[in-house]
Write a protein that binds this ligand. Sequence first.
Ligand code: SAH
Length: 228
Amino acid sequence: MHALILILILCLSAFLQDDPYVQDRERMVRTQIEMRGIKDQAALSSMKKVQRHLFVPKDLRDNAYDDRPLPIGYGQTISQPFIVAYMTEIIRPNKNSKMLEIGTGSGYQAAVLAEIISDVYTIEIITELSNSSEKRLKELSYKNVYVKNADGYYGWKEHAPFDAIIVTAASEYIPPPLIEQLKDGGRMIIPVGSPFQTQMLMLVEKKDGKVTTKSLMPVIFVPFKRSK
Ligand code: SAH
């Protein structure tokens, strides 16, 4: 009897929230993220909140909380949930941070960041993806995310310097304009390596004008494109 009441309450709350994926999302954060060592409370609660299924194509919604990247059209992907959490934790986001993301894609990583920090600037090279993620983020009422359709290689000079930069496409080398636009004391995370091969996720730090890099882990990201 008690179990029945509990099930009814759970169904009703899912219905009222108009979000049938609440439990899938909690499970995703617990098993894929917390259990793999991510501790940043802000990152964990943001990922419990942001409705990842609204960032994937409709026919893939039931897979939105799977432990893998998913296609979002135009040959691009939304990153695996763990990678989003890992990149978020490593750049040490805080309330006052101003951040630049290269590779808006679905807008999911930008939304996860926007829950935590004050301003997210994000650049997407594919016009259709840039437009659709801008629209999605607006519909979801994110007022602190600014989307631009451009080649992110050049960064976003007008708003630099940034406390942190997240690059979500693999580049053969770290674009010098991005290093320039990183604040002193800032951190950048970027996958470096050849397209369609395993790349290395690198942490770039700038301190007293000196730039240091550290290899974090092997990853596979879609290639960093260049505008013609
Ligand atoms: N952060 C995204 C992941 C997107 S995949 C998300 O949460 O969904 C990487 C994205 O980088 C793709 O959409 C791709 O089009 C974009 N991209 C590749 N090269 C780029 C460049 N030079 N400037 C901006 N975006 C780029």
